[in-house]
Structure formats: C-alpha cells, structure tokens
Design a protein around this ligand. Sequence first.
Ligand code: ADP
Ligand code: MG
Ligand code: ZN
Length: 606
Amino acid sequence: MNANWSRNAFVYLLILVAGVALFLNIYRPDEAPEQISLTQLAAAIQKGSVESIRVNGQEVQVIVDENKPPLTTRRELDIPLTQTLVGLGVKPDELGRVRITYEAPGNGGNWLALFINLLPLIFIAGLFFILFRQSQGSNNQALSFGKSKARLFTGDKPTVTFADVAGSDEAKQELQEIVEFLKEPQKFAALGARIPKGVLLVGPPGTGKTLMAKAVSGEAGVPFFSISGSEFVEMFVGVGASRVRDLFEQAKRNSPCIIFIDEIDAVGRYRGTGLGGSHDEREQTLNQILVEMDGFGTDTNVILVAATNRPDILDPALLRPGRFDRRVTMDRPDVRGRLEILKVHVRGKPVAPDVDLENVARQTPGFVGADLENVVNEAAILAARRGKRSIGMSELQEAVERIGLGGPERRSRLISEREKRITAYHEAGHALVARLSDSSDPIQKITIVPRSMAVGYVWQVSDRDRVLNNRTYYNERIAIALGGRVAEEIIFGEITTGASNDIQQLTNMARAMVTKYGMSEVMGPLQFGQQDELVFLGRELAEQRDYSEEVAEQIDAEVRRLVNDAHARVRALLTTNLDKLHAIARALLERETLNSEELDAILTAA
Ligand code: ADP
Ligand code: MG
Ligand code: ZN
C-alpha cells in the first residue's frame, strides 16, 4: 500500500513537471533561434556585423548583438570552422575581429537539451498511464492483476449460521450434509464416500443465496472464499483464468473450506452461441473453473458453492456429474417463511407491543428476504425520524407500502386482497380438477406466492415415466388447464388475464390431438401440416400447411369442440364440488402454499 502510494506520487510529480516544462518549451518565444547558413555567416563576418562565435561540437552560435538571441548554424564535421569560413572568402583579418570560443562538446547543456527534447514523450507516456489506470477503476487493479480478490472470512470467526437464514428449512436440510463433511472430512474419507464438489444455489435475487453460502461456512467453522462472476467479466483478457487459479490455490491451502462464486451465470452462460461478439475471456474463465473442479481429488476438501438466478442459461458443462450436480432451490418465502424472516430481522430492535408480525407477513406475498430486511430497516428509520423509542405497527405498515411500491419491478409485488382471492380460487380450480381426474399426475405443491412470471401455480410431478399418453390423459390435461379459469367464472363471474398462459397451453394440446396424434374421430388418424422441428432446439418452426381451407375450418371446429366439451365438464365438476373449491381457496389464502398431504386433509374434511 505504502510503496504503491509513493510510487504513484512520484509518477504524478514527474508528469506534472514534464507538463510544465513542455508548456514553457513551447511558449518560449525568444528561444526559437534563427538558423543561418555558413555562407550567410561568412557574408556577415565580411560585413563586420558579427561580434562573437561560440562553437560547441557541430553547433555554432553566432552572436550579432549581446542583447539579441544568437543565430545558429552548423559547421561541417572534421573541418575547422575557420578553414570553412576562409574557403567561403573570409579574409584572415576579417576573421580576427571575431572572438571565437570553443566549448567542450557533450557537457551538461547537451543533456539538458536532450531532456527537453524528450519531455513531450514523457508527458504523453504519463497521460497514457493515467488513462490506463482510470479505465481500471479506482482500486489499483492495474498494479495487481491476476491476484485473486477473494476475501477471506476466517474460519475461527464464523458470524452467520443457519439460525440467521429463516424459513429455508428444505435448503438447510440439503446443505446439512455439506456442513458435516466440512466439519469432519476424515470421517467421510474413511468410508470412501464421494462428496459433491459443487452445489448450485438457485433462486430469485434477495432470497438469501449469499447468506446461505456464508451460513454453511459459519456452521462448519471453515474459511469462506468468495468471488462474483461479474468481477471476472470486467477483467482483462487472460486475467479471469489466472484469478480462478489463484483462488483455488489459496482455497486448497486453507482446506477444508468453501469457495463461493456468486452470479455464476455471468461466466457460466451457455457457450458457443456466437451472439454478442467474442466471449473468449468468459470462456477461458469458465474452462479454468471446470479444470480446477476436475482436478479435485478425494482429499481436496474444498466445496464449491455457486449462486444464480438464471439456471436456465448455464452451460451444461457446469451441471454435469462431478461438477455442480447438486441443486438447492431458494424460493420466494411463503407466509410462514416471511414471518420467520421478519423475526430474524427485528431481533435486537425495540419493537412496540402493538406490532403484529404475522399481519406484516400476510401483507407481503412475493417479498423476498432482502425486501423484508428492508421493511424492518425502513420502519426503524421512520420511527427514529418520528422521535419514537420503538418501532410501531404504523411504521411497519408504511414501510411495506414504500418497499412494495418501490421500484418498477416491485410494483406488481404488492398484491391487493382481491387479486389474492382471485389467484387462490384460480389455483384451487386447477388443483381440484387435477385431484378429481383419474389419470392425472399427483400434485406436489400449490402456491399463490408469486413467481417470476406466474401469479401462482400448481406443481404436478409425474409419478412414472410416461412414454405413451392416451386420449383420456390429454383430455384431462386440457380440463386441468381450464380449471383455473372456470373457477374464476363461477366465483367471480368474470375473467382475468391470469389464465392466458393456461389458454395457450390447452389450445396447443387440443390442436396437437387433432392434427398430430390423430385423436379426433371426425378428422381421423391423419397428420395435418408438416411440423419442422429443429431437433437440437426442441422447438417447432413455422408449420407448413399442406391441407385445404376447408380442412383448416374442420380442424378449427374440432379443436373448438374438444375445448368446449372440456369446459362443460369442468364447470359441472367444480359446481358439484363447490364446497371443496372454497375449502382449498380458503386454505391457500391462509397459508399460501399447500403440499399434497395438506391438500388431502382439506379434501377429506370438506
Ligand atoms: P441473494 O444472494 O439471494 O440475492 P442475499 O443473501 O444477498 O440474497 O440476501 C440479502 C439480504 O437479505 C441478506 O443479507 C439478509 O439480510 C436478507 N435475507 C435474505 N434471505 C433471508 C432469509 N431467508 N432469512 C433472513 N434474512 C434474509
Ligand atoms: Mg447474492
Ligand atoms: Zn392457471
């Protein structure tokens, strides 16, 4: 640090001096000496207008008048000046009137001249140096490239533990194994157990991924090395890879420990699309990470934890077995989770007795841990500004509104009571139809906690590997997709835009039944339209129509019939099971998420 400072100060001083000198050099008006030829000099001597001559090496200064700047000329090398002048017609007596002095060539004056000549160069070099540094940001990176910026949170001072991460019990359970391994690697090694090298934490921003990674190292009491993917991106070519090398080297020396790569999608994007120019640097960095991971032996005892909110764009090479093959999801918390998080953040803060955290949790569906921390902090600031001694409910209320309405991307987060009710009935409709159909996949989870795109969802997981699907299955899938919308129709008597995704899905299914699978009696077992599939993208390109206008109308009619039939069936189904629909919706409004057992319990009770 000190050495750097004095070095920088020196460089800046030099540049300043050079700049000033250059300025003086350029604007020295009397310093521009007039050049004359030797012939002119000879003529001047003959006229008697030369007072004295100074010879310095090849350079000749001609002083015509003491008060005027000298004229200069250059004498011929190896020939004495006097001889040249005589050769030019100067008579010896004319020459005798001029005082000629000789200076030893190569004295200080020359060096000074050389330095002055070099000044512009120094100045320009200095300018480049400054520009170069500024492009590197302020923190001296240019002087230390290649050095890992990994920060070491020493293992003997673990500050964050699982207790600080609220409401992520499933994630904690999955990470418990990693903690145990880091605590006692020998125990696992003795049994020859293969411990995962990499764990990928997946979830929207602010859900506590970074916090969780730190908590793992805190729980295990091991050092925590972290670096962010976006830091790699801003580096020079070739630096990212060497930083990765340094990071791993440092970590291996401190093992057992954790390496945390935040925002790994910044380096780990799918390679080779060639879009957006060259990504050589990113690719080299990514390759280096892969090389280092593959180089882990069973005795390395370093576990990589990476975080991303875009697992979909990650390079498949990262997700292969032996790399980031463990995935831990950090979802937006439901009402119970939010309550736990709020409790963590009010810990140690004075809270008024009127504060009802459960109420706050209830009002904040879609908020992530970072938002809730913000709510508590904002409320504390408000309370302080109002001169209160503790945080009251009114401050919390106001903070929720501020943060909920904060940024444009947050605006949708604050969901009105009515929207919540509509979502609850919509999802209940999907779930109930799914439960009442025989061949449908079992329901894993229903939630009205907003996800990135959907307002809520019903998560169905296939219990067997399906290869062949029959007509009943498709009809039921269409019915389930309609369930949400039909529930809205029945309960609220109107339709929202929330079902547009469902409608798209069911239309595609119905169309495929008619045109692709030959499942319509009217149309028969024929395929209509050539669907070019881009195999490697798994996407259908434009459909080639190979049928007449008349057939097109028949197809449309058939698709419409399939959907209308399903609609009628769903309406009948939900109307006869209205009490069940109400029960599920009520439970969703209360608890926001329901797992399959909870759904069972509600259905048997209703
Ligand atoms: P991410 O890395 O997923 O974007 P962070 O870990 O940076 O999120 O979370 C930011 C802050 O939000 C944390 O420092 C913590 O104070 C708070 N936070 C997030 N999730 C939780 C949680 N589950 N429990 C307690 N606090 C949380
Ligand atoms: Mg983070
Ligand atoms: Zn839906």
